[in-house]
Design a protein around this ligand. Structure first.
Ligand SMILES: *Cc1c(COP(=O)(O)O)cnc(C)c1O
Length: 390
């Protein structure tokens, strides 16, 4: 995730590394290498049958009759969703401050201005009461220029989609789900990515479904929108050398698509493992000063990240580090407090919940291939921390 992110499989000297993407690759080496070889031999590397197969398989996986367009990354999936919806300079797009910065970067790339609303403490996702309150003000100020809302399904749990859809209808907003951390997550029996007008997925290597480079997907229930996205990602071409739209170059290549097609078959099993491992943490962690993540009723959490809270987060992190356990913070600085986004003019105090969470959150090692002895060790060291405080 971060610029120092570990995607290459080097896990340093950690006794329990935060994650180790190599273990997944080693599980599937034969299958993946055969797949790569077949694409190489085919001589067709961009926009071919592998991408189409994967798009169809992903549509089928999500259900609800959605259409898919493979693109270059999750960031590009959000950016292209905005372009395809006609959002551009002079427009405003709402999201949350406690997200991966790319959510906001994509809004800025489209030429629009981000508006932020706070999140709920219980699940870290968009606070719909705060959204509604701020929206009334924004609508008075900017009128119909407030075009879209991007709820983020953070850590593998969806935002409150029923409320968000209701508010979006009332205020005439396009809904783009940021589902980059929510492959297979559910809300009231439906999968993340099937609620909004559009949804963006990332296949960054460490996501619940990841490739071996960059990749992303836009999902929509509107066939015309899907066709438009397929033009936009390919320089705006309708047919070769005939350009209907001003587009970009942002495509999911054949090798990545073919590997994702293979890995999609394992996604449910891997998510199930993540859920099981989360339940092992939930049962094992008995330190009363640690707050564990909550799966809200009606949701299916897929634990892209298992995020705990502790008032002395930094010392807890050091304590774990001392025992060879690597943890990360997603994310230490909310977007509005990042140097690059100072021009939003939103200082400390604007989003009290998001800001307070940033001080307390800590992501523990959790991925399908983590070993039970590693999880048990993390639990033991976390529970010990209690003794130090008392
Ligand atoms: C990973 C991520 C993105 C960006 O995806 P990339 O494929 O890295 O561009 C956007 N939003 C969220 C919430 C993410 O986790």
């Amino acid at each position: 995730m971060s610029t120092t992110g570990n995607t290459g499989g080097t896990t340093g000297n950690w006794m329990v590394p935060f994650r180790d993407p190599r273990r997944e690759y080693l599980e599937l080496t034969d299958e993946l290498e055969r797949t790569i070889a077949r694409v190489m031999e085919s001589g067709w590397y961009i926009l071919g049958s592998r991408l189409e197969e994967f798009e169809n398989a992903f549509s089928e996986y999500l259900g609800e009759g959605v259409f898919c367009a493979g693109v270059g990354s999750g960031t590009e999936a959000i950016h292209l969703s905005l372009l395809a919806s006609g959002v551009g300079p002079g427009d405003f797009v709402i999201t949350v401050p406690n997200t991966a910065v790319p959510t906001v970067a994509a809004i800025v790339s489209a030429g629009a201005t981000p508006l932020l609303c706070d999140v709920k403490e219980e699940d870290f996702t968009m606070d719909t009461a705060d959204l509604e309150e701020r929206l009334s003000g924004w609508k008075r100020k900017y009128g119909s220029k407030v075009k879209a809302v991007i709820p983020v399904h953070l850590y593998g749990q969806t935002a409150q989609m029923d409320e968000i859809l209701r508010i979006a209808r009332e205020f005439d907003l396009i809904v783009i789900e940021d589902a980059c951390q929510a492959h297979g997550a559910g809300f009231l029996g439906r999968k993340a990515g099937t609620f909004g007008d559009l949804a963006a997925f990332s296949f960054y290597p460490t996501k619940n479904l990841g490739c071996y480079g960059d990749g992303g997907m836009v999902v929509t229930r509107n066939r015309d929108m899907a066709d438009k996205l397929k033009m936009l990602r390919n320089y705006g071409q309708e047919q070769r050398y005939y350009f209907t739209l001003k587009g970009v170059n942002s495509r999911l290549d054949e090798i990545q698509a073919a590997m994702l097609r293979v890995k999609l078959r394992y996604l449910d099993e891997w998510n199930q493992k993540r859920r099981h491992l989360a339940s092992v943490y939930n049962r094992g962690i008995v330190n009363p000063s640690i707050r564990k993540p909550v799966e809200l009723s009606g949701r299916r959490h897929v634990y892209h990240l298992y995020v705990i809270r502790h008032p002395e987060r930094d010392s807890l992190m050091k304590h774990l580090e001392k025992h060879g356990i690597q943890t990360l913070i997603h994310y230490p600085v909310p977007v509005h407090l990042q140097k690059a986004y100072r021009d939003l003019g939103l200082g400390r105090g604007c989003f009290p919940v998001a800001e307070a969470l940033a001080e307390e959150i800590l992501s523990l090692p959790l991925y399908p291939q983590i070993r039970h002895d590693e999880i048990e060790r993390v639990i033991e060291v976390l529970n010990e921390f209690q003794d130090i405080l008392v």
